[in-house]
Ligand binder design. Sequence first.
Ligand SMILES: CC(C)(COP(=O)(O)OP(=O)(O)OC[C@H]1O[C@@H](n2cnc3c(N)ncnc32)[C@H](O)[C@@H]1OP(=O)(O)O)[C@@H](O)C(=O)NCCC(=O)NCCS
Length: 135
Amino acid sequence: MIQIEQIDFRFTWPIRHEVMYPEHNLDFVKLKNDAEGIHFALYFNHKLIGIVSIFNEGAVYQFRKLAVLQEAQGLGLGKKLMEHVIEYCQIQKASKLWCNARANVKEFYFRLGFKETEKTFFKDGYDFIIMELDL
Ligand SMILES: CC(C)(COP(=O)(O)OP(=O)(O)OC[C@H]1O[C@@H](n2cnc3c(N)ncnc32)[C@H](O)[C@@H]1OP(=O)(O)O)[C@@H](O)C(=O)NCCC(=O)NCCS
């Protein structure tokens, strides 16, 4: 059973930390504008297993810190969460959704229709590619 709900930004921090940056402390995963974002959680059989955060400037939306607990990866849940984000952005009449994608997961975003841009960078030990989806 899958449920997706908006949550307070503070509930995203433990999964961000565990899945994305376990080698850092919890403060490392807190974003300075977290309070301005929209945050979604995916519950699988009533357990919080996935999170993602959305920020916008006008009609341009960015999602950040998508993470699914390792034990639940590969079950289609990250895709479900992203489909929810895309639908949410369409309802807001967003023109574009973009992200700083970790290069090792770009295939996941291709499957959702995102296109790779030429903008790449290296940060915090990871290679990133800016990817975007026209809505
Ligand atoms: C990336 C992540 C969110 C994907 O979530 P997930 O629930 O494991 O992915 P899904 O099971 O929904 O996969 C959907 C599709 O993408 C593919 N996919 C998922 N991760 C992939 C990867 N790393 N490389 C290539 N394909 C991948 C799946 O095979 C599946 O393909 P299909 O639709 O043809 O069956 C998750 O693996 C994760 O949290 N990773 C660690 C944190 C991270 O990298 N976050 C993203 C930062 S930009």
